[in-house]
Design a protein around this ligand. Structure first.
Ligand code: RRO
Length: 311
């Protein structure tokens, strides 16, 4: 029995549904090349870019947890031009998602103007949810500002654009954000970014584990899975069908990816597990998902996407 893992975001066709989560294995040229050449990832997402390169927050800024991770990287990246050059000039063998994260609305608009004026034809993703930049709130928790920003963006931006959302925790907030997003021709939403401003304690040292922000950081990995599934499901139930969903959060196995698709994900991205296991995670998780689909008699993702049953 053959199983087809191909998927689409708007008109962009991916040979399989798996992506790296932005920030994982996608900052340097070497990492991007390795991702580009990996046979088992369907596409490539770049590290969120700021106008100029950044070192990011002081170290230590990533810590593995028993069932996930905490990070406060602080947007280390090579600068917007580096990533724009990479996705427009390199030997591109798979679809790309160019992630951007300006430090202000003005910077975001400026980066989007540059993309609009460039020859880049791939997908762009505006990160409205980085939890770790000191003094900068997560924009997508401010509904009025997000709406105003999208209004200004779509007045000039005509290429495929998605946004990266933070997790929401209240059904009223899902209603509010979906009502805003449904007014715009978004290619996709990517949900969820890490669960912002968590804390881990090293009991032996009686200390936090990260240097920046007094130890507060974004939580990812297996412990984020239930929150991620809820966000994919709740947004799929509310967003226009034309807005695709990239499910991100807590995927460590084919089973977790299957659950994301059941909740409505078109694509699935892998963060903490990719960092911990390396690129081999793509092949393993691909194979696990294929085995589950074969056992259930599913040929394609459409056979079960969004078909989560209620009790
Ligand atoms: O660089 C980071 O600290 C970071 C970013 Br931009 C993000 O969107 N999510 C995250 O967990 N870390």
């Amino acid at each position: 029995m053959t199983v087809d893992l191909s998927s689409k975001i708007q008109n962009t066709q991916f040979k399989n549904l798996f992506l790296n989560a932005s920030g994982i294995h996608c900052q340097s040229k070497k990492e991007l090349e390795e991702l580009m050449n990996d046979h088992y990832s369907g596409g490539l997402v770049t590290k969120s870019a700021t106008p100029n390169s950044r070192f990011g927050n002081p170290l230590p800024r990533y810590h593995s947890l028993p069932a996930g991770s905490i990070n406060s990287m602080g947007l280390p990246n090579e600068g917007f031009q580096f990533y724009l050059d990479y996705v427009t000039h390199s030997n591109i063998q798979k679809p790309t998602i160019l992630s951007i994260a300006g430090m202000s609305k003005e910077e975001d608009l400026e980066l989007l103007h540059q993309i609009q004026d460039s020859k880049y034809q791939g997908l762009t993703e505006l990160n409205l949810s980085c939890p770790n930049v000191i003094g900068k709130p997560q924009m997508a928790y401010d509904f009025a500002s997000s709406n105003q920003m999208l209004k200004e963006i779509f007045a000039f931006f005509k290429k495929p654009l998605g946004i990266k959302l933070p997790p929401y925790f209240d059904l009223v907030h899902f209603d509010k954000i979906a009502k805003i997003l449904n007014q715009y021709p978004l290619s996709h939403v990517n949900t969820i970014n890490s669960i912002g401003n968590g804390m881990w304690v090293d009991v032996e040292k009686e200390s936090v584990v990260l240097k920046p922000k007094g130890g507060f950081g974004g939580i990812g990995g297996a412990i984020a899975l239930p929150t991620a599934l809820a966000n994919v499901r709740a947004l799929r139930q509310r967003l226009n069908a034309s807005i695709n969903i990239i499910g991100t959060g807590g995927v460590t196995s084919g089973k977790d990816a299957f659950a994301h698709v059941l909740c409505g994900a078109n694509m699935v991205s892998i963060g903490t597990q990719l960092y911990e296991e390396g690129l081999g995670a793509f092949q393993r998780i691909n194979n696990e998902l294929i085995e589950i689909m074969k056992a259930k008699g599913y040929h394609s993702l459409d056979d079960f996407r969004g078909k989560l049953k209620e009790q």
